[in-house]
Design a protein around this ligand. Structure first.
Ligand code: AMP
Length: 562
């Protein structure tokens, strides 16, 4: 079969018409299950995601807006000025191309009909042309596609090439769609997700799902040289919380560096960052060290690489950053900024995947294959604590050695991709507190219905003087404090809707928290994670509360790892 691109693009318009994730997944699943040919199935899956190359290949198509404007002009006879005006009016070049092809000024030659294969491989050619004359080659390929496309095809060709498809297909939707199409149940989405986390390429996952079903997906193995998705930690509310929940835990230093996923295939080593970038060339010292000290022939291990000073403490992160980004004079950098690797996990060894083994067993394997070398390669410092005090002391030790804090890990948990309850927890110092204004509140429920129990907090935009919301706080208060705040705030209510009230801003409180996050839900653009009440700052007027720029600065100081 030769699937026509014009038939394929109908799926884009259907996807654009709905915002429902369920519906989007259904549309995709019905489409995919009808495709017989594996190559077309792969291509369509990639194109639905708006991709021409899998993400791990890190190949960009490299077509700038100006080049696209030129291509549209060349194929349609519209001047670049006209196209720029239309771009301003319509907001996206895909719609501009659609409009221009509909209203062609040039003589229309007979168009040949495009197949999905041809569109896809031509787009790949665009991504692969580099060096001298590449702009011209890219222009020719785009023009070829536009010359032969119908208006609707042009719209999506342009958007795909510009890498802004905008039909709203996130990873989760594709996972649902593939499970529905080939495993006949969305309940099996975790099986598809498992394979995707390892292969990170939907076009491969879909073919396995179609031809080998659930078993095929469950037996997927990592490909050496291709980064997997990694496991991350949740911020713990407190040490006690984690300890009470899980009987078998281990505490490890949380090193102040960057996450490294290291693949070994005999004498070939790759180092990938958390964002799956290949940073191997920047760290030949780590490459050599892994060749020498990792005894398995093939494996994937994980750890943290950090810059080490003479006292075995971490150098400022900016130093490490220089090493990550440096592409030349690397030998000099190795001397100036030495680094150490501290390993904490292993997920693959000599043909065996270890994701389903509990951490306890993965660590045993790690110990078997790694030879430690001072100031070069070590296994993460750890304790198996018996008491909370031991954990607190271990935390203190990590801080004295200038590391970030500690991780508490459930020794019985398998390797779970992403951040999940029951796996790893991070304990970091609570950040500097903030003094914020209460601008709203919510009445409690049940036994607490007599109190205002959640408080809407705001910081001040120093440029406009406006108070901007930045989070909702409801913990850290004693009963007396709930009562006291309720007494004060209930006199200041300006507006009430349901259980929510808006109050006249009058009270400043000091608030502790775990982390500041970006958030579209609050006017400041930030939200505090786990905010907790410390005290009323009756020594401060609302004009003296913390400003947006302080929140911004605190956010940046914690977010250097992105
Ligand atoms: P965060 O970036 O705050 O979400 O914390 C997770 C990161 O901590 C991981 O991606 C690692 O880069 C880093 N890390 C440092 N030490 C460890 C450790 N012992 N176990 C797991 N992650 C660690």
């Amino acid at each position: 079969m030769n699937l026509k691109y014009i038939d394929f693009v109908k799926i884009y318009s259907s996807l654009e018409k709905t915002t429902s994730k369920l519906e989007k997944a259904s549309i995709i699943s019905k489409f995919l299950e009808k495709i017989q040919d594996d190559e077309e199935l792969k291509i369509c899956t990639s194109l639905i995601e708006g991709r021409v190359f899998p993400k791990y290949k890190q190949i960009e198509l490299g077509v700038a807006t100006q080049l696209m404007i030129k291509a549209i002009s060349k194929s349609t006879g519209f001047s670049t000025k006209e196209i720029e005006d239309l771009f301003r009016e319509l907001g996206d070049l895909g719609s501009v191309a659609e409009h221009c092809i509909k209203n062609m000024k040039q003589k229309v030659f007979i168009k040949k009909s495009l197949s999905v294969k041809e569109v896809y491989y031509t787009m790949q050619k665009i991504g692969l042309s580099s060096g001298e004359g590449s702009q011209e080659k890219k222009l020719l390929s785009i023009s070829y596609l536009l010359n032969n496309s119908q208006p609707e095809e042009a719209k999506y060709i342009v958007r795909t090439i510009l890498e802004e498809l905008r039909v709203g297909v996130a990873e989760g939707i594709l996972i649902d769609a593939i499970s529905e199409a080939f495993l006949k149940s969305r309940e099996e989405r975790n099986v598809v997700e498992f394979a995707w986390n390892i292969l990170t390429d939907f076009s491969e996952v879909v073919v396995i799902a179609k031809n080998e079903g659930k078993n095929g997906l469950l037996n997927v193995k990592p490909v050496l040289g291709r980064p997997i998705q990694v496991m991350l930690g949740l911020a713990a509310e407190s040490i006690e919380d984690v300890v009470n929940e899980y009987p078998n835990i281990i505490c490890e230093f949380k090193y102040d560096g960057f996450r490294a996923q290291i693949h070994k295939d005999f004498d070939k080593i790759w180092i990938f960052s958390r964002r799956q970038e290949d940073v191997t060339n920047q760290f030949p010292d780590i490459v050599e060290c892994c060749k020498k000290n990792i005894k398995a022939n093939q494996c994937i291990v994980e750890g943290e690489i950090w810059a080490i000073d003479e006292d075995n403490k971490p150098l400022p992160f900016q130093k490490l950053s220089q090493r990550i980004h440096r592409k030349y004079e690397i030998e000099k950098m190795i001397k100036e900024i030495p680094v150490q690797l501290n390993l904490f996990d292993i997920v693959f060894v000599d043909g065996k995947t270890l994701f389903n083994l509990p951490l306890k067993e993965r660590r045993n394997i790690l110990f078997e294959i790694v030879r430690e070398e001072e100031r070069k390669i070590k296994i993460a410092e750890s304790i198996i604590p018996k008491t909370i005090d031991e954990i607190k002391n271990f935390y203190k030790k990590a801080k004295e050695l200038k590391q970030e804090g500690i991780m508490i890990k459930n020794l019985d948990a398998p390797y779970i991709f992403g951040r999940h309850v029951g796996g790893w927890y991070k304990i970091k110092e609570t950040m500097e507190s903030l003094d914020l204004v209460i601008i709203g509140a919510t009445w409690g429920e049940g036994a607490r219905a007599r109190w205002l129990t959640s408080y809407l907090l705001a910081c001040r935009d120093e440029n406009t003087g406006k108070l901007l919301s930045c989070g909702m706080m409801s913990t850290g208060l004693t009963e007396e404090e709930y009562q006291m705040l309720t007494d004060i705030l209930s006199k200041d209510i300006i507006k009430q809707s349901g259980r929510d009230v808006i109050v006249k801003p009058r009270i400043v409180i000091e608030v502790g928290y775990q982390e500041i996050q970006k958030s579209p839900n609050y006017e400041s653009g930030y939200a505090l994670r786990f905010p907790r009440f410390i005290r009323i700052r009756d020594d401060k007027s609302i004009e003296e509360c913390d400003t947006l720029s302080r929140v911004d600065a605190l956010f940046k100081s914690q977010g250097r790892k992105g």
